[in-house]
Design a protein around this ligand. Structure first.
Ligand code: ARG
Length: 265
C-alpha cells in the first residue's frame, strides 16, 4: 500500500540553538550536505512507490525540516502541533495552514504536543510519548479528536526526547523499540502489547536507528544502525539504509523528516 508523506526541504537548516542533547550550535552543520541527504531520503520513498508532498520551508525556522513534528493525521483528520520550545512555535500554525488550505478538517490543539514525533499510529491504537515534549493531557485531547485509543508511554532518557527516537511501527501491529528509553512501567506495557517486538541495542539507538519508517515491508533506516538492520532482515523486512548524518546534528533522522498523511479527504 503506497503511503503519502509530507516533507520540508531543509533550505534554512542550521543548528543555532540547542533544545535537545544532540544539538551543538558551536559545531554548526552543513546545509548543502543536509539538503543532499534529505533529497536521498525523498528519492528512497519515491522509489518505493510512496507519494511525497512538500511544504514550503520558512526562513528562520531551521528545524522545520522535521515534518513529523508538524501534526498528527489520522483518518484524514488533522490534530495540530503546539511546540514545547518557542524557537519552533511558528511551525505549528504553518503546518496546520498547509492542511486547512487543502480542505482537511483540523483541530488547533490546546495542549503542548509535537505531532508524530510523539504520536505513532498502529491499526488499533496510537502510541503516545511524554516526559520531554508532549504534555500527557494532549494524549487525551488527541484521543477525543481522533476517536482512536491513545496509550501513554513515558520517556526517561533525554537523548530520546520524542517517542519516534525510541520506537517505530513495523506494521499496523508490531513495533521495534529501545527498552531503556522508557520508564519501568512503560516497558511492561510495551512487553505486554508487543511480545514479538524487535528490540534495539544501545548502539542502534545512539545513531537514531529507531527513527525509521516502515511501510510494512520496507524499512527506511539510518545507515549506521547495523545491528538493527540485521535484526530486521532476519525478521523478513527489506532494509533501505539512508545517510542523514547532517540532520542528526539537530537530533533528527528519517522519521523526523516525514509526516504521514493517513486517509485522504
Ligand atoms: N531539533 C529538533 C527538536 O529538537 C529535532 C526534531 C526531531 N524530530 C523528531 N520527530 N524526533 O525539536
Amino acid at each position: 500500500m503506497p503511503k503519502h508523506f509530507l516533507m520540508c526541504r531543509p533550505d534554512y537548516f542550521t543548528v543555532e540553538y540547542a533544545i535537545n542533547p544532540w544539538m551543538h550550535p558551536e559545531a554548526g552543520a552543513d546545509r548543502d550536505v543536509a539538503v543532499r541527504q534529505w533529497e536521498g531520503l525523498k528519492a528512497a520513498y519515491e522509489e518505493l512507490g510512496h507519494k511525497v508532498s512538500l511544504i514550503d520551508p520558512i526562513e528562520g525556522l531551521p528545524d522545520m525540516v522535521f515534518a513529523a513534528n508538524g501534526a498528527l493525521v489520522v483518518d484524514g483528520r488533522v490534530y495540530g502541533a503546539r511546540f514545547a520550545h518557542p524557537e519552533r512555535g511558528p511551525e505549528g500554525p504553518a503546518y496546520l495552514r498547509w492542511f486547512t488550505e487543502r480542505g482537511y478538517p483540523a483541530h488547533e490543539p490546546l495542549h503542548v504536543n509535537e505531532g508524530e514525533g510523539d504520536f505513532l499510529t498502529l491499526d488499533e491504537v496510537i502510541l503516545a510519548g511524554t516526559g520531554f515534549r508532549t504534555d500527557v493531557v494532549a494524549h487525551q485531547e488527541a484521543q477525543e479528536y481522533l476517536g482512536r485509543p491513545v496509550i501513554t508511554l513515558k520517556l526517561v532518557d533525554p537523548r530520546f526526547y520524542h517517542l519516534d527516537t525510541a520506537l517505530f511501527p513495523l506494521d499496523g501491529r508490531n513495533v521495534a523499540y529501545y527498552p531503556e528509553a522508557f520508564s519501568e512501567g512503560s516497558r511492561k506495557v510495551l512487553r505486554r502489547l508487543f511480545p514479538d517486538a524487535v528490540l534495539a541495542t544501545a548502539e542502534d539507538a545512539e545513531v537514531l536507528g529507531l527513527n525509521a519508517v516502515s511501510d510494512g515491508r520496507n524499512v527506511v533506516i539510518n545507515a549506521e544502525a547495523s545491528n538493527l538492520q540485521l535484526e530486521l532482515k532476519r525478521s523478513g523486512y527489506e532494509v533501505i539504509p539512508v545517510d542523514l548524518s547532517e540532520l542528526r546534528k539537530a537530533g533528527g533522522g528519517p522519521k523526523c523528516c516525514t509526516l504521514e498523511i493517513r486517509g485522504e479527504i
